[in-house]
Design a binder for this molecule. Sequence first.
Ligand SMILES: [Zn+2]
Length: 97
Amino acid sequence: MREFAFILVVVLILLAITAVRYRKQISGVIGFVRMIRDAADPSRGPKAINQPAAPATAKELVHCAACGTWVPSDRAIRFDAKTYYCSKECVKTAMAN
Ligand SMILES: [Zn+2]
């Protein structure tokens, strides 16, 4: 029984040394596995990290506050959180009024 405990301790020490030596590779593998898992199940895992804080996403249409044209939010000129303009002319129009 003492031999078994000794072998267990040696194996644990070897595992600890291996883990310390290859911790970058191990964390890389863990990150990769987590990425695969999140890709398979999009409802799980941190998703909001790379998303912009803007209320409108890239393909969302927004309403020009001056002329009423609907434009994609990535092409619209954002004035504040809820106000968008389709062009600089509309911004000037809105500023003039
Ligand atoms: Zn406009």
